[in-house]
Ligand binder design. Sequence first.
Ligand code: GDP
Length: 195
Amino acid sequence: MKVTEAEIVISAVSQQQYPKNHLPEIALAGRSNVGKSSFINKLIQRKNLARTSSKPGKTQTLNFYKINDLFYFVDVPGYGYAKVSKKEREKWGVMMEEYFATRDVLKACVLITDIRHEPTEDDVLMYDYLKHYELPVIVIATKLDKIPKGKRVKHLNQTTRALNIDSGDVVIPFSAETGEGKDDAWHIIRQYINH
Ligand code: GDP
Protein backbone atom coordinates (compact mmCIF):
# COMPACT_ATOMS: atom_id res chain seq x y z
CA MET A 1 0.00 0.00 0.00
CA LYS A 2 1.26 3.45 -0.83
CA VAL A 3 0.78 5.60 2.24
CA THR A 4 0.19 9.22 1.34
CA GLU A 5 -1.27 10.32 4.64
CA ALA A 6 -0.37 9.17 8.11
CA GLU A 7 -1.06 11.24 11.17
CA ILE A 8 -1.66 10.64 14.81
CA VAL A 9 -5.16 11.88 15.54
CA ILE A 10 -5.50 11.08 19.23
CA SER A 11 -3.69 9.52 22.15
CA ALA A 12 -6.67 8.15 24.03
CA VAL A 13 -6.91 6.98 27.62
CA SER A 14 -10.62 6.22 27.56
CA GLN A 15 -13.46 5.24 25.28
CA GLN A 16 -14.95 8.74 24.99
CA GLN A 17 -11.83 9.83 23.11
CA TYR A 18 -11.83 7.12 20.43
CA PRO A 19 -12.47 8.38 16.88
CA LYS A 20 -16.14 8.35 15.92
CA ASN A 21 -15.96 8.10 12.15
CA HIS A 22 -16.26 4.30 11.99
CA LEU A 23 -13.13 3.61 9.95
CA PRO A 24 -11.80 0.08 10.43
CA GLU A 25 -9.01 -0.37 12.96
CA ILE A 26 -5.97 -2.62 13.16
CA ALA A 27 -4.45 -2.80 16.64
CA LEU A 28 -0.73 -3.27 17.27
CA ALA A 29 0.52 -5.04 20.37
CA GLY A 30 3.90 -6.25 21.56
CA ARG A 31 6.38 -6.43 24.37
CA SER A 32 8.14 -3.15 25.18
CA ASN A 33 11.19 -2.66 22.99
CA VAL A 34 10.31 -5.53 20.66
CA GLY A 35 10.28 -3.24 17.60
CA LYS A 36 6.65 -2.12 17.36
CA SER A 37 7.35 1.53 16.50
CA SER A 38 9.93 0.45 13.93
CA PHE A 39 7.31 -1.83 12.36
CA ILE A 40 4.76 0.99 12.05
CA ASN A 41 7.31 3.46 10.74
CA LYS A 42 8.53 0.98 8.13
CA LEU A 43 5.00 0.25 6.92
CA ILE A 44 4.01 3.87 6.61
CA GLN A 45 7.46 4.95 5.38
CA ARG A 46 7.98 7.61 8.00
CA LYS A 47 11.22 7.86 9.92
CA ASN A 48 9.70 8.68 13.23
CA LEU A 49 5.94 9.07 13.35
CA ALA A 50 5.59 6.31 15.88
CA ARG A 51 8.20 7.23 18.45
CA THR A 52 10.86 4.57 18.79
CA SER A 53 11.02 4.48 22.51
CA SER A 54 14.18 4.65 24.55
CA LYS A 55 12.03 4.41 27.66
CA PRO A 56 9.98 1.24 27.33
CA GLY A 57 6.68 1.07 29.12
CA LYS A 58 6.21 4.82 29.22
CA THR A 59 3.37 5.35 26.77
CA GLN A 60 0.19 4.40 28.56
CA THR A 61 -2.16 5.59 25.84
CA LEU A 62 -3.88 4.13 22.80
CA ASN A 63 -2.38 6.00 19.85
CA PHE A 64 -4.65 6.24 16.81
CA TYR A 65 -2.83 6.79 13.51
CA LYS A 66 -5.08 7.61 10.58
CA ILE A 67 -3.73 6.08 7.39
CA ASN A 68 -4.87 7.43 3.97
CA ASP A 69 -8.33 8.20 5.35
CA LEU A 70 -8.85 4.47 5.02
CA PHE A 71 -8.22 2.95 8.44
CA TYR A 72 -6.50 3.45 11.81
CA PHE A 73 -3.48 1.75 13.23
CA VAL A 74 -4.09 1.65 16.97
CA ASP A 75 -0.83 1.36 18.86
CA VAL A 76 -1.50 -0.14 22.28
CA PRO A 77 1.08 0.27 25.06
CA GLY A 78 3.83 -2.33 25.22
CA TYR A 79 3.73 -4.97 27.91
CA GLY A 80 6.22 -6.99 29.89
CA TYR A 81 8.25 -4.09 31.19
CA ALA A 82 9.36 -5.10 34.67
CA LYS A 83 9.66 -1.63 36.15
CA VAL A 84 5.98 -0.75 35.78
CA SER A 85 4.19 -0.35 39.11
CA LYS A 86 1.22 -2.49 40.08
CA LYS A 87 -1.05 0.53 39.77
CA GLU A 88 0.20 1.29 36.26
CA ARG A 89 -0.28 -2.33 35.30
CA GLU A 90 -3.88 -2.27 36.53
CA LYS A 91 -4.54 0.94 34.60
CA TRP A 92 -3.09 -0.74 31.51
CA GLY A 93 -5.40 -3.72 32.02
CA VAL A 94 -8.52 -1.56 32.30
CA MET A 95 -7.60 0.43 29.20
CA MET A 96 -6.94 -2.71 27.16
CA GLU A 97 -10.13 -4.37 28.32
CA GLU A 98 -12.19 -1.28 27.49
CA TYR A 99 -10.79 -1.25 23.98
CA PHE A 100 -10.65 -4.93 23.06
CA ALA A 101 -13.95 -5.90 24.66
CA THR A 102 -16.07 -3.22 23.02
CA ARG A 103 -14.50 -1.90 19.83
CA ASP A 104 -16.63 -3.16 16.96
CA VAL A 105 -14.58 -1.50 14.18
CA LEU A 106 -11.53 -3.46 15.33
CA LYS A 107 -10.76 -5.95 12.55
CA ALA A 108 -7.55 -7.65 13.63
CA CYS A 109 -4.54 -7.27 15.88
CA VAL A 110 -0.91 -7.32 14.82
CA LEU A 111 1.19 -8.98 17.51
CA ILE A 112 4.91 -8.26 17.24
CA THR A 113 7.37 -10.87 18.47
CA ASP A 114 11.15 -11.17 18.24
CA ILE A 115 12.05 -13.93 15.77
CA ARG A 116 15.36 -14.58 17.54
CA HIS A 117 13.76 -15.82 20.73
CA GLU A 118 11.01 -18.15 21.81
CA PRO A 119 7.91 -16.02 22.53
CA THR A 120 7.80 -15.00 26.20
CA GLU A 121 5.11 -15.96 28.68
CA ASP A 122 3.69 -12.46 28.22
CA ASP A 123 3.58 -12.95 24.43
CA VAL A 124 1.62 -16.17 24.92
CA LEU A 125 -0.76 -14.47 27.38
CA MET A 126 -1.31 -11.63 24.92
CA TYR A 127 -2.03 -13.99 22.04
CA ASP A 128 -4.51 -15.95 24.17
CA TYR A 129 -6.10 -12.69 25.35
CA LEU A 130 -6.70 -11.60 21.75
CA LYS A 131 -8.11 -15.01 20.83
CA HIS A 132 -10.42 -14.77 23.82
CA TYR A 133 -12.01 -11.83 21.99
CA GLU A 134 -12.08 -13.95 18.81
CA LEU A 135 -9.86 -11.47 17.03
CA PRO A 136 -7.79 -12.50 14.02
CA VAL A 137 -4.10 -12.10 14.93
CA ILE A 138 -1.30 -11.31 12.49
CA VAL A 139 1.96 -12.31 14.17
CA ILE A 140 4.92 -10.27 12.96
CA ALA A 141 8.16 -12.03 13.86
CA THR A 142 10.53 -9.09 13.60
CA LYS A 143 14.33 -8.60 13.58
CA LEU A 144 14.61 -11.20 10.82
CA ASP A 145 17.87 -9.55 9.73
CA LYS A 146 19.44 -10.74 12.98
CA ILE A 147 19.25 -14.47 12.28
CA PRO A 148 21.07 -16.47 9.61
CA LYS A 149 18.96 -17.41 6.57
CA GLY A 150 19.43 -21.12 7.24
CA LYS A 151 17.76 -20.81 10.64
CA ARG A 152 14.61 -18.97 9.56
CA VAL A 153 12.35 -22.00 9.34
CA LYS A 154 13.46 -23.25 12.73
CA HIS A 155 12.78 -19.88 14.36
CA LEU A 156 9.41 -19.47 12.64
CA ASN A 157 8.36 -22.93 13.78
CA GLN A 158 9.41 -22.06 17.31
CA THR A 159 7.17 -18.97 17.25
CA THR A 160 4.21 -20.83 15.77
CA ARG A 161 4.51 -23.66 18.26
CA ALA A 162 5.04 -21.54 21.39
CA LEU A 163 2.02 -19.36 20.62
CA ASN A 164 -0.04 -22.36 19.56
CA ILE A 165 -1.18 -20.37 16.52
CA ASP A 166 -4.78 -20.87 15.35
CA SER A 167 -5.15 -22.30 11.86
CA GLY A 168 -6.68 -19.03 10.61
CA ASP A 169 -3.77 -16.87 11.82
CA VAL A 170 -0.42 -16.25 10.15
CA VAL A 171 3.16 -15.61 11.24
CA ILE A 172 5.05 -13.21 8.96
CA PRO A 173 8.83 -12.93 9.18
CA PHE A 174 9.76 -9.25 9.09
CA SER A 175 12.65 -6.84 9.32
CA ALA A 176 12.38 -3.10 9.85
CA GLU A 177 16.02 -2.88 8.73
CA THR A 178 15.67 -4.53 5.32
CA GLY A 179 11.92 -4.14 4.74
CA GLU A 180 11.52 -7.88 4.24
CA GLY A 181 7.97 -8.99 5.00
CA LYS A 182 6.52 -5.53 4.45
CA ASP A 183 4.50 -6.47 1.37
CA ASP A 184 3.19 -9.63 3.04
CA ALA A 185 2.15 -7.58 6.08
CA TRP A 186 0.32 -5.02 3.95
CA HIS A 187 -1.37 -7.74 1.93
CA ILE A 188 -2.97 -9.33 4.97
CA ILE A 189 -3.76 -6.04 6.71
CA ARG A 190 -5.55 -4.90 3.56
CA GLN A 191 -7.63 -8.08 3.55
CA TYR A 192 -8.80 -7.44 7.11
CA ILE A 193 -9.56 -3.77 6.42
CA ASN A 194 -11.78 -4.79 3.52
CA HIS A 195 -13.63 -7.49 5.44
P1 GDP B 1 9.13 -0.60 20.59
O1 GDP B 1 9.44 -0.21 22.00
O2 GDP B 1 8.48 -1.93 20.51
O3 GDP B 1 8.39 0.45 19.82
O4 GDP B 1 10.55 -0.84 19.87
P2 GDP B 1 11.37 0.06 18.85
O5 GDP B 1 10.72 0.11 17.51
O6 GDP B 1 11.71 1.35 19.51
O7 GDP B 1 12.69 -0.83 18.66
C1 GDP B 1 13.53 -1.22 19.75
C2 GDP B 1 14.95 -1.39 19.24
O8 GDP B 1 15.03 -2.46 18.31
C3 GDP B 1 15.49 -0.16 18.50
O9 GDP B 1 16.84 0.00 18.82
C4 GDP B 1 15.32 -0.53 17.02
O10 GDP B 1 16.25 0.11 16.18
C5 GDP B 1 15.56 -2.03 17.06
N1 GDP B 1 14.82 -2.73 15.98
C6 GDP B 1 13.49 -2.69 15.75
N2 GDP B 1 13.16 -3.47 14.68
C7 GDP B 1 14.32 -3.99 14.22
C8 GDP B 1 14.64 -4.88 13.14
O11 GDP B 1 13.79 -5.37 12.36
N3 GDP B 1 15.96 -5.23 13.00
C9 GDP B 1 16.94 -4.75 13.82
N4 GDP B 1 18.18 -5.16 13.60
N5 GDP B 1 16.66 -3.92 14.84
C10 GDP B 1 15.38 -3.53 15.05
